[in-house]
Design a protein around this ligand. Sequence first.
Ligand SMILES: NC(=O)c1ccc[n+]([C@@H]2O[C@H](COP(=O)([O-])OP(=O)(O)OC[C@H]3O[C@@H](n4cnc5c(N)ncnc54)[C@H](OP(=O)(O)O)[C@@H]3O)[C@@H](O)[C@H]2O)c1
Length: 276
Amino acid sequence: MEYFTLYNGVKIPKVGFGTYKVIDQSAQGIVETALSVGYRHLDTARMYMNEKEVGAGIAASGVARKDIFLTTKVWRDDLSYDDTMASVENSLKDLGTDYLDLCLLHWPMPETDREKWQEKDLSAWRALEKLYKENVIRAIGVSNFLPHHLMPLMKEAEVTPMVNQLEYHPGYCQAHAVHYSQQQGLLVEAWSPLGRTRVLEDALVLELAEKYGKTPAQICLRFALDNHVLPLPKSSSAERMKANLDIFDFTISPEDMSRLMCMPQTGWGGHHPDTF
Ligand SMILES: NC(=O)c1ccc[n+]([C@@H]2O[C@H](COP(=O)([O-])OP(=O)(O)OC[C@H]3O[C@@H](n4cnc5c(N)ncnc54)[C@H](OP(=O)(O)O)[C@@H]3O)[C@@H](O)[C@H]2O)c1
């Protein structure tokens, strides 16, 4: 596995395994399978309601905790200092671990008191900063933060965010938000890097899959990596999990990257942080 390095020196495996909708009886087994085929980076969230299963999958896998990069997130209902502290404490308990590799604020806008979002983000951020300074969390960051959400936070932060996790795939690559985040020194991670399959039948993606002798999913994942964005594909099948890791033996040419960057919007998940 290759790594990106965060600005604080923490190394993060270049592909992570997504666990949204990995729930119920099969969840522990799916996590175990992901670890057995080679994933060493897992992405979960308090909101996915699967942290117990993810923790059980890690415990049953036989892979040492120190060899796994584990991310969770604080839900937008918990954007206050105390609620964020409680959220992380519950995540640690459910995941069966005493530290997190990465913890993110999931969305910048709360459901209620939306006009106070800057104050609420900062209050939650103060909790993550404290846990970072106490070495409970090795890296802290945000998710779905557009530049105008990041700017006020960056002005007040004592520890600036290390990661921004955004929806990112051919057809929806949020170029401005990615560019701004990267310029500020954040690593961008791609959620829904396959557009939840919505972009796998796109004509350009199919054409490039044929040209490079890869699957449409592998084109989407390499597209992220070639833009220094870390993809987090989810799959419930061992075969597709393996295929989604097999993306380190090719790159996409600058011309083809440009075609992918410039394709018409397609496959957007429909969530905008300011409006939903
Ligand atoms: N921060 C946020 O707000 C946020 C939001 C959404 C997601 N996320 C994170 O990002 C992760 C990934 O996003 P996602 O789960 O929304 O979508 P995704 O990874 O883009 O797509 C998952 C879908 O693609 C299918 N799939 C996987 N590999 C495939 C392949 N090689 N060929 C064809 N189909 C394939 C899966 O089906 P099978 O399971 O049947 O293989 C599943 O239906 C999540 O699991 C979560 O960890 C974060």
